[in-house]
Design a protein around this ligand. Structure first.
Ligand SMILES: [Zn+2]
Length: 133
């Protein structure tokens, strides 16, 4: 076990949804920003890492029928803008559901999935996707 499970744990850690939060106004940014666009210089040195829960609500979505080559096996797929509970909106793919089940206002949570693989023994890329609650 040891080695393999540790590998997966560390990989997941590396791809967690890490945002940051302004220590001045408490707004959360994803992707992280160096400076808060509201507080400007008052936020310098106060931007702290913040791990998002991955939970949110579907703001809008589109069913994509024309997928790039790496996605051809899963088309059509749903691409949504998700308003996370912590504030930021994020674009992500909705997986494990029929496009007909997806609706605006629907609750989702993030999952960690394979995004693409280059060649037969190539590099596998992982990242977050979303599933309906
Ligand atoms: Zn701020």
């Amino acid at each position: 076990m040891g080695e393999l499970s540790r590998f997966w744990r560390e990989s997941e850690h590396r791809y967690r949804m890490v945002a940051n939060r302004c220590g001045n106004c408490e707004r959360v940014y994803f992707p992280p920003r160096d400076v808060c666009p509201i507080c400007h210089r008052d936020s310098i040195g106060k931007m702290k890492p913040f791990t998002l829960s991955g939970k949110g609500e579907i703001e809008s979505f589109t069913v994509v029928h024309d997928a790039p080559p790496a996605f051809t096996r899963q088309r059509p797929y749903v691409l949504a803008i998700i308003k996370l509970d912590e504030g930021p909106s994020i674009t992500g793919q909705i997986v494990d559901s029929d496009p007909g089940e997806v609706e605006i206002g629907g609750r989702v949570h993030s999952v960690f999935r394979k995004i693409s693989q280059e060649g037969k023994s190539g590099i596998i890329e992982y990242g977050y996707k979303f599933v309906l609650d």
